[in-house]
Design a protein around this ligand. Structure first.
Ligand code: SF4
Length: 315
């Protein structure tokens, strides 16, 4: 028996893939939305809309980092002084901040003491891939094979260009297999929007509001112009990220953390200077400047259009 699992993000690709699965009358279909806690309200509404427009139930899953945060708190209280000579003030500050909020994205960063970055992109795996595997796919593997549908397209990025349509991921002890299946690998973005039209389904309204991709708001891979649009259209998002930066900063070793990385600063730059240079309000100011008018070292990286994940969970 095959269980078909669709990872649904609220973006055009996974919506098109879901419509394709419905069109094919795919048996034993489970649709899963991994809520990072960093999505825009319009995306949450869109997930509800798709459920009611297609009649296919969408299961919401969430990562929970309370155990890891408790472990880190214990580590801070018992090891920081010996391991790196942390002053009592830093230990008290971090221990007090190591408390789960129930918001997966924020809790992940509180646990790690940092935000993910393009180079250290642990977010997609921790917030989307793992909860879907642990909460949905592994239990299904007990009673049959799992076909994990992934809405990735070859022309999105170099690391997706050479993917295969089907790939055996793992074989469980009971002999059941988990497969990756990528049915829209050769589709274009236009093909995805055409699929919406064919089925009379609206696309996520965020595409009409300056967002090139739908996923976290903002995504660590947001383009400069997207950040500028977010700041203009959704200032409350910037306020939330400023608050998150403060929470993660308090839980961090160096009392500094920014949502977007501040890299290649001159040697000797203090954590506070990194924070002053790249906190979200500074990033927003920079995003409103002419390209090249104010160069930042991460400009090159932030031009990357897609998440580096090959699992297609972030669009
Ligand atoms: S959408 Fe962006 S920030 Fe969110 S999990 Fe994916 S890569 Fe990370």
């Amino acid at each position: 028996m095959d269980h078909n699992v669709i990872s649904f993000s609220g973006g055009k690709d996974s919506t098109a893939m879901l419509l394709l699965a419905i069109e094919r009358d795919t048996p034993d279909l489970s649709v899963v939305f991994a809520d990072t806690g960093n999505e825009h309200e319009q995306t949450y509404d869109y997930v509800r809309y798709i459920e009611s427009a297609t009649g296919v139930p969408i299961r919401w899953v969430k990562a929970d980092f309370s155990r890891q945060i408790a472990g880190k708190r214990e580590f801070v209280l018992t090891k920081w002084a010996d391991k790196w000579g942390a002053p009592q003030e830093a230990i008290d500050r971090a221990a007090a901040a190591l408390v789960p909020t129930g918001i997966p994205f924020l809790d992940l960063c509180i646990w790690k003491g940092r935000f993910p970055s393009t180079k250290v992109a642990f977010c997609s795996e921790e917030l989307k891939r793992n909860p879907i595997i642990e909460q949905v796919q592994k239990p299904l593997l007990e009673t049959g094979n799992v076909i994990s549908w992934q809405g990735v397209r070859r022309n999105e990025s170099l690391n997706r260009r050479f993917l295969t349509e089907r790939e055996l991921k793992t074989t469980a002890e009971n002999g059941n297999e988990m497969w990756n299946y990528r049915p829209i690998l050769d589709w274009t973005a236009d093909d995805c929007f055409a699929m919406h039209k064919k089925h009379g389904i609206k696309h996520n309204p965020l595409y009409e509001q300056g967002m090139g991709r739908v996923g976290c708001m903002p995504c660590i891979n947001a383009r400069k112009d997207e950040i500028n649009e977010i700041a203009k259209r959704f200032p409350e998002v910037i306020e939330r990220i400023a608050e998150w930066e403060w929470s993660v900063r308090l839980a961090s070793k160096h009392n500094a953390a920014t949502f977007f990385a501040s890299e290649n600063m001159p040697a000797g730059t203090t954590p506070e200077q990194h924070y002053d240079n790249a906190n979200i309000r500074e990033i927003v100011k920079w995003s409103a400047t002419a390209r090249g008018g104010k160069q930042r070292d991460f400009l090159r990286e932030m031009d990357g259009p897609v998440c580096s994940s090959i699992y297609g969970l972030c669009e």
